[in-house]
Design a protein around this ligand. Structure first.
Ligand code: PLP
Length: 421
């Protein structure tokens, strides 16, 4: 029934028979929070235009937006281009994100993606040749390459550590890697590879105790688990809204603690970042930087995307962080247990320790190339992510609120067939 309804609606849109606003606003209301749990999540799934003929298990790469977010962005873009209004809405996005992340809006910078926040952090730190940066052998290109480039241009030294199987083990590895030359710890909160949650609060406490700068690559946690930036206690945290927060694509944020604002240098400038400038004085001057996160961004922005961020946070908060987190983690736990039951050929890479397990499960199959499993799944309309990063060569499966246990069963059945083939 739902397949048919989706099919008709999507076809009408593609044929131009209905406009986008009719498409995006024609979705069922949000379910009552007290209805039966499985029915509740089925109704949440109906908030997404996601094709029901495909099991999308790759939220870790890109989070599809629900209709309310798409509609908000569309309506606002139409308004901007109708009346020529330009600018604004930063406040609404910053305040929403601040309420979600347990911080002040003045400590947030709006970015286009995680990589931009990483670059602002990496290049703005006062570092010299020989200074050491602790990273991991599980980095995404977005975190690895800015630091590697700074190593190439400025001679900083990157120390790449393996991750432990438990939070305690990882913390221990970090401790043992610190030397007198360590100036930065720049680890992911959840790496893109095997999806384990790292003990960032403990790592940042260690960094503070030793006078080391702490940067966290937070591409995955916002929207998946509770992120309380003050509780984590990092100096900088780069995240995005286009993965687990299900916000508009090309949106992100950087948190710089207010105590750290004057340490992190500003290298790019433009409209909005300053406290005044004067080309008529002799010599011309830049008076200073604005005393909030706006010092790190500038120029013309897309205000409609900012409205979309606020809508995504509203959608998330309507369901509730705890409810979302419990759901996505329980789907991942179900997947992990089902895969382990397939037998010893499944090499489980994501830790089974519950504090380390989020909503992504990664594994390999002994003596088999999992890219072939990815192709097999794709032919059955199941989207997965092969992880080539750092030669890990595993398959990563993400579980978000629009996924069902049936979709997971479908994937596990394909994996079982693959092992036996
Ligand atoms: C851990 C991690 N860091 C950084 C990034 C880069 O994110 P973005 O594409 O938003 O710049 C990703 C993207 O998948 C990621 O998984």
């Amino acid at each position: 029934m739902r397949n048919r309804r989706d099919f008709i609606k999507n076809s009408l849109l593609l044929a131009g028979a209905i406009g986008f606003s009719e498409f995006a606003s024609a979705h069922p209301p949000m379910p009552d929070e007290n209805i039966d749990e499985e029915l509740y999540w089925k109704m949440i799934r109906a908030q997404f235009p996601l094709s029901s003929s495909r099991a999308y298990l790759n939220n870790g790469t890109m989070g599809p937006s629900p209709y309310p977010v798409l509609n908000e962005v569309y309506q606002d873009m139409l308004l901007v281009d109708t009346n020529g209004r330009y600018g604004g809405h930063e406040d609404v996005a910053l305040k929403s994100l601040a309420s979600l992340l347990g911080t002040k809006d003045t400590e947030l910078t709006l970015t286009r993606n995680v990589t931009e926040g990483i670059n602002i952090s990496c290049w703005g730190l006062p570092l010299q040749a020989g200074d050491e940066v602790i990273m991991s052998t599980h980095e995404h290109v977005g975190n690895a390459t800015p630091w590697l480039n700074r190593a190439k241009l400025h001679g900083i030294v990157i120390k790449a550590i393996p991750l432990g199987k438990t939070a305690e083990e990882t913390l221990d590895i970090v401790k043992k890697t610190i030397t007198k030359k360590t100036k930065v710890i720049a680890l992911p909160h959840i790496p893109c590879t095997i999806g384990q949650i790292l003990p960032v609060k403990e790592i940042c406490a260690l960094a503070r105790e030793k006078g080391i700068f702490s940067f966290v690559d937070g591409a995955h946690p916002p929207g998946m688990i509770k992120v309380d930036l003050k509780d984590i206690g990092c100096d900088m945290y780069a995240g995005c809204c286009h993965k687990w927060l299900l916000g508009p694509k090309g949106t992100g944020f950087l948190y710089v603690s207010e105590n750290f604002r004057n340490t992190l240098q500003v290298y790019y400038g433009g409209g909005g970042f300053d406290t005044g400038w004067d080309m008529l004085s002799n010599p011309p001057v830049l008076k200073g930087y604005i005393d909030n996160g706006h010092r790190y961004y500038y120029g013309t922005q897309n205000p409609s995307l900012f409205k979309g961020i606020a809508k995504a946070v509203e959608f998330h908060q309507q369901i509730g962080t705890e409810r979302i987190s419990n759901r996505v983690k329980s789907l991942a736990a179900y997947l992990q247990e089902s895969l382990i039951k397939l037998g010893p050929k499944v090499e489980m890479l994501t830790p089974t320790e519950s504090i380390s397990r989020g909503a992504q499960i990664a594994f390999k199959i002994t003596d088999k190339d999992v890219t072939k499993l990815q192709t097999q799944c794709n032919e059955k309309s199941i989207t997965t992510r092969f992880v080539a990063e750092n030669n890990i060569n595993c398959l990563r499966i993400s579980t978000h609120i629009y996924n069902t246990r049936e979709e997971i069963d479908l994937f596990v059945t394909e994996t079982d067939k693959f092992i036996r083939s």
